[in-house]
Design a protein around this ligand. Structure first.
Ligand SMILES: C[S@@+](CC[C@H](N)C(=O)[O-])C[C@H]1O[C@@H](n2cnc3c(N)ncnc32)[C@H](O)[C@@H]1O
Length: 395
């Protein structure tokens, strides 16, 4: 068996004034889960072997033909013992992560709220709107099995959904997003700086900013720009703002607003960004949000969207099936639809010209990777911090 890289220890995660307190046992639990997730990425490789050696030959023998689609493949794979073990363990790691995270943050909910309030009080850079409605697609399920999802408030001024997210993200990604979990934001910032060295955005909008971790590298790289993160979930924004204040950011603002109907003027941003956002939006909202991106973007402005890898026509049924695991088993119901949409068509429907469309690959910039982990990493479908970025310059 080849050498395996271990994930970095959870304690490496960056602390800040609203970061929850943890006990020895809670940290041990998170470390166990990060290691289990990493191990499962290796176990996952056996799914392809099970498919090639057992599942597909059996199906073809029984039916006298090849499988037609992913739903036939799913039915057949779900009877396979290797897949059953891997899938139930993967689901369990997510449930355990959420339970571990919630037990950390709920016992200190009042304390976390007070810490956030201290940093947020009287600041014009946090704008909450009690009339902002959480879209139905978000109310319909608890995203990635996170109880209460992003928006639920158990106490007035609650920040626990974001605090849970902040401590737990490291576990699911086995630390591959870096100390501040901002490997995506860093990667896109570096790409923009390198590709457009003369680009000097004055106003930048991040839609579905969550706890703001991926927008901060952008704000840091463009200190003269006004950077606005929007989200419909007040707990995420309270935490995002307090975190950014404590980390010393002065050019970011967080506003509660639906990305499908923002209050911003036409053509008022130089850059509209989203990170791991579109796959959590449902139905027609995807199109409405892209219409809004087009509307608020200045002519000559840039828009980029970091997403999971797209499905392509030449992708095997097996790969599509395994990449859909989260949609079927991890409360990500909109994930498959997003992957079936052609980003170029989505953008074109909102007014972007097809010839201005761009698509690039991005890999998280991980400051926890010191190069000492040399063993080859298996592709962990839906978990590896390797993404598809699509976007355009508006002309
Ligand atoms: C997976 S999180 C992504 C957070 C962050 N961008 C990141 O880098 O990880 C998706 C976020 O989008 C928010 N969201 C979903 N639909 C939205 C909408 N229509 N308008 C604004 N925010 C939305 C959710 O509340 C959640 O915080």
């Amino acid at each position: 068996m080849s050498a395996r890289n271990l994930p970095p220890v959870w304690s490496k995660i960056a602390k800040h004034a609203v970061f929850p307190e943890t006990t020895h046992d809670e940290r041990a639990r998170y470390n166990f889960l990060a290691n289990l997730n990493k191990h499962l990425a290796h176990v996952s490789q056996g799914n392809k072997i099970a498919f090639d050696k057992r599942v597909e030959p059996k199906f073809e023998k029984e039916h006298g033909r090849k499988m037609k689609d992913t739903s036939e493949l799913k039915k057949a794979m779900e009877k396979d013992p290797h897949y059953q073990v891997w899938s139930s363990l993967r689901r369990s790691t997510m449930e355990m992560r959420q339970q571990a995270g919630r037990s950390i943050v709920l016992r200190q909910a009042d304390n976390l709220k007070e810490k956030a309030e201290k940093l947020n009080e009287g600041k014009a850079s946090l704008v909450l709107d009690a009339d902002c409605e959480v879209p139905n697609y978000l109310l319909a399920c608890d995203n990635h099995i996170m109880p209460g999802s992003y928006h639920t408030e158990l106490i007035d001024g609650d920040v626990t959904p974001a605090a849970n997210y902040d401590t737990g993200l490291f576990v699911t990604t086995a630390g591959l997003l870096g100390t501040y979990s901002d490997g995506g934001g860093k990667a896109i910032t570096s790409w923009v700086k390198k590709t457009y060295p003369d680009f000097k955005p004055k106003r930048i909008l991040d839609i579905g900013c969550g706890m703001g971790h991926n927008v901060l590298p952008i704000a840091k790289a463009f200190p003269d720009a006004e950077v606005i993160g929007i989200d419909t979930a007040a707990p995420m924004l309270r935490y995002a703002h307090a975190r950014a204040m404590d980390l010393g950011y002065t050019n970011v603002k967080f506003m509660q607003m639906d990305a499908a109907k923002t209050i911003f003027e036409d053509e008022s941003f130089d850059w509209v960004q989203s990170t791991m956002f579109f796959h959590e939006t449902g139905g027609k909202s995807i199109y409405k949000i892209m219409d809004e991106v087009y509307r608020v973007l200045k002519p000559g402005g840039l828009t980029l969207h970091i997403e999971q890898p797209q499905y392509t026509d030449d992708m095997s049924l097996f790969e599509k099936f395994i990449r859909d695991w989260d949609a079927l088993n991890n409360n990500e119901p909109y994930w498959s639809k997003m992957h079936d949409i052609e980003p170029v068509d989505l953008m074109h429907a909102s007014g972007f010209k097809k010839e201005d469309f761009m698509q690039i690959g991005a890999k998280a910039e991980n400051d926890l990777d010191d190069g000492s982990n040399k063993a080859e990493e298996p592709e962990d479908h839906g978990r590896s911090p390797i993404w598809n970025v699509f976007g355009a310059i508006k002309n």
